[in-house]
Design a protein around this ligand. Sequence first.
Ligand SMILES: Cc1cc2nc3c(=O)[nH]c(=O)nc-3n(C[C@H](O)[C@H](O)[C@H](O)COP(=O)(O)O)c2cc1C
Length: 322
Amino acid sequence: MLVLAPMEGIADHSMRDLLTQHGAFDLCISEFVRISNTLLPERVFKRYLPELENNCQTPSGCPVHIQLLGSDPLLMAENAQRVAEMGAPGIDLNFGCPAKMVNRHGGGALLLKEPEQVARIVSAVRTAVPDSIPISAKMRLGYEDTHLALDNSRAISESGAARLTIHARTKQQGYRPPAHWEWIALIREVVTIPLVANGEIWNFQDYLNCQRISGCEDVMLGRGALRNPLLSQQIHQQQPDLDNSTTWRAITPLLIYFYHLTQANYPELYVCQRIKQWLGFLSPGYLEAQHLFSIIKPLNKAPLILKELERHCASFPNNQIR
Ligand SMILES: Cc1cc2nc3c(=O)[nH]c(=O)nc-3n(C[C@H](O)[C@H](O)[C@H](O)COP(=O)(O)O)c2cc1C
């Protein structure tokens, strides 16, 4: 199974639409919905998960599960129940967010200091939601260090979760490479539920290495899918890596596609920000992205940005514009 990672502020329904369009992903997890002190109204869930109107699938038919983040078992259960009633086909619980704001309120990675509380949350949500709706969880290896990694994994597995994704780093390690895939293999020895390996998969070779070291068939792609939107297809078709210029040729028309998707959904200024944001994720991989970013950076009018994207796209003669 290939899963598209939850990525707050970037993997929204437009990006999910774009990245799943070739059918290579089997599942998406939504950006986290923060549950702090109330039962959220339906409109909030619809905002995070517009796919609720489409049988909870992206336009190409990839299922989307919703991710909840919070530390109060009862509130998490109530909110899970509500979104399940609205049609969510699966609920994922976040035990990994490193954001200061989230941790200050006792959520995300901070919960990894207390396996008992992790268990209480998973169990409360499992009990509140019909058995037909799978509950999954996503965790890091720990907060400061890995000493509770096995306890947390066991807590999640034994409290009724159907699947566990492991971002193989602690909160302290942030996003610094490497991801410690070997830890996932250790966790496999103490839990019975399927595991999904996550972290630092940027190309096909990383995917193979991650599978070999973690012992996991299933993987989740985050930033690697943003930097190379062809990566999921390559993995699906077991194709070795393409050279950078071939990949960039395929990406440029997608930038225009993404422009139109966001333009249909958001105000103009936000459209500009989203294009720049994606180029920011692309820039470490492609000189062309850096160049294009420097051109559009000062622009705050969406049509001007579109013009530059089209100009850039036209300079790559073999592009197939969708
Ligand atoms: C911008 C950004 C936002 C993220 N938001 C979430 C989130 O909402 N929920 C979550 O569980 N993980 C979130 N993550 C973590 C990713 O899902 C993933 O675990 C992490 O990026 C490691 O995978 P990668 O190396 O393939 O990117 C986020 C990561 C990034 C870069």
